[in-house]
Write a protein that binds this ligand. Structure first.
Ligand code: AMP
Ligand code: MG
Length: 362
C-alpha cells in the first residue's frame, strides 16, 4: 500500500522531470556546450542542478560549486522543515505546547516576508497552515489519507488559524517572537522552493557561474544562458495525455523563476473527487476551480508564493491576486482544461501542438 502511494507520488514527477530536463538541455546536432548536472532528492522532490561552463572555466570548480549547493539546500531543508529539530521544527514544537516562542534570526526574514505576502494576497497565501496540512495528511506522503477528515474538524481548525496573529510580535527583550497561537504551525512549503532556488542561483553567480538552472521538482530559477542560447523551460501539463507532459515552453531571460503549483503534486481521491495539498485558508478545504497555476518573475520566492496564491484564488480571483502581488506573467489551467494566460506572458510561450489559451487577459 505504502509503496503504491510512493510510486503514485514519484512516478509522474520523474516522468515530468525527465521531460523538463530534456527540454532544458536538448543538445544541438554539432558541438554540445559543456553543461554539468547534479541530481538528488531534497525538500521532498527531485532537485536538478544544471551549470553551463563558460570558455576556459574549470570543470572541477563547477562540480565543487554544485556539491556546495547540494549541501546548502540540505541545510535549508533542515532549517525550514515544519517538523523535526531544525529551527522551524523547534518553533513549531513551542507553539504546539501552547507557548510563545522567540524567532530564530535565520527564520525571521522569510517569515516576515511570508506574513507580508499573506496580507497582500488577501489571505489566500498563508504560512500558518501547518496543522491543517497535517490534518489532511499532506505533510508527508506516508500520511496520505484515504478519505477527507471530518468537515467540522477542518472548519474549526481553519477558524482558529484565521483568528491567530498574522504577524510577528516584539518579545519583552525586543526580539521578534510569535504566539501563543493555538492551532498555528508554520509551513513555508509554498515559498521555500522559490527562496531556496533563488539563493542557490545567487550563490552560483557570486562564485562566477552565471549560467545555471536550479530546478526543484519543476519549480526553477534559471540564470544566464547556455553558450549564447537561452535556457528552454517546459511548463508541465496538469493532465498529461498521450505521454506528452508539457503544456508550453518558454525561453528565460536574465534571471527568472518559473514556478508552478498544481493539484497533481500531492493528492488522494475519494468517491470520485480529488483532494489535493493546496488549501484554501478560508475553509481549510483543498482549493477548487484551478488545477495549475504558473508564475514567471525575477523573484523566486515571490513567484513561488504567488503560484500557490493564484491556485487558491481560483478562476474568478487569480488575475486580481496576481495584480495585488505585482505579478504580470501568469498562466492558469481550470478544471475543464481551459488555459488562461496574461498578455505579458502569452507572447513568450510556445504551446504544445493542439493547445492554445482560451483567454489572454490584460
Ligand atoms: P506549492 O507547491 O508551492 O503550491 O506549495 C504547496 C504547499 O504549501 C503545500 O504542500 C502546503 O505545505 C503549503 N500550503 C498549502 N496551502 C497553502 C496556502 N493556501 N498558503 C500557503 N501555503 C500553503
Ligand atoms: Mg508555491
Amino acid at each position: 500500500m505504502a509503496s503504491n502511494k510512493t510510486l503514485r507520488f514519484a512516478l509522474p514527477w520523474l516522468v515530468a522531470l525527465a521531460i523538463l530536463a530534456w527540454l532544458a538541455l536538448r543538445e544541438p546536432p554539432q558541438v554540445a556546450p559543456p553543461v554539468l548536472q547534479r541530481e538528488f532528492l531534497a525538500m521532498g522532490t527531485l532537485v536538478s542542478l544544471s551549470l553551463h561552463l563558460a570558455d576556459g572555466q574549470d570543470r572541477s570548480a563547477g562540480e565543487a560549486a554544485l556539491v556546495k549547493i547540494e549541501r546548502e539546500l540540505r541545510d535549508f531543508e533542515a532549517r525550514w522543515s515544519p517538523g523535526g529539530d531544525g529551527a522551524l521544527g523547534r518553533l513549531n514544537s513551542e507553539l504546539a505546547a501552547g507557548r510563545a516562542a522567540p524567532i530564530d534570526p535565520v527564520l525571521a526574514p522569510l517569515l516576515v516576508r511570508a506574513f507580508g505576502l499573506r496580507e497582500v494576497s488577501a489571505g489566500v497565501f498563508d504560512p500558518r497552515l501547518g496543522a491543517l496540512v497535517r490534518l489532511w495528511g499532506f505533510d508527508d506522503e506516508s500520511h496520505f489519507l484515504s478519505r477527507p477528515p471530518p468537515t467540522d474538524v477542518v472548519t474549526r481548525l481553519a477558524a482558529q488559524i484565521a483568528s491567530a496573529p498574522a504577524q510577528l510580535a516584539d518579545c519583552p527583550d525586543a526580539a521578534p517572537c510569535y504566539g501563543p497561537a493555538p492551532g498555528v504551525q508554520f509551513d513555508l512549503g509554498a515559498i521555500a522552493k522559490g527562496e531556496a532556488a533563488a539563493l542557490a542561483i545567487a550563490q552560483l553567480r557570486q562564485e562566477g557561474f552565471p549560467d545555471a538552472i536550479v530546478n526543484l521538482g519543476g519549480n526553477l530559477v534559471a540564470s544566464g544562458a547556455r553558450g549564447g542560447r537561452p535556457w528552454n523551460i517546459g511548463i508541465r501539463h496538469p493532465r498529461p495525455e498521450g505521454g506528452i507532459g508539457v503544456l508550453a515552453t518558454l525561453h528565460t531571460s536574465g534571471t527568472e523563476a518559473v514556478m508552478t503549483s498544481g493539484d497533481y503534486e500531492r493528492y488522494f481521491e475519494f468517491e470520485g473527487r480529488r483532494y489535493h495539498h493546496i488549501l484554501d485558508p478560508a475553509s481549510g478545504q483543498p482549493a477548487q476551480g484551478l488545477v495549475s497555476a504558473t508564475v514567471v518573475h525575477a523573484d523566486g520566492a515571490l513567484a513561488d508564493a504567488a503560484s500557490t496564491a493564484l491556485l487558491v484564488a481560483g478562476p474568478q480571483g487569480w488575475r486580481e491576486t496576481a495584480r495585488a502581488l505585482g505579478i504580470s506573467q501568469a498562466l492558469v489551467v481550470d478544471e475543464s482544461g481551459r488555459i488562461n494566460v496574461t498578455a505579458a506572458l502569452a507572447p513568450r510561450l510556445e504551446f504544445a501542438p493542439g493547445l492554445a489559451p482560451a483567454t489572454v487577459v490584460p
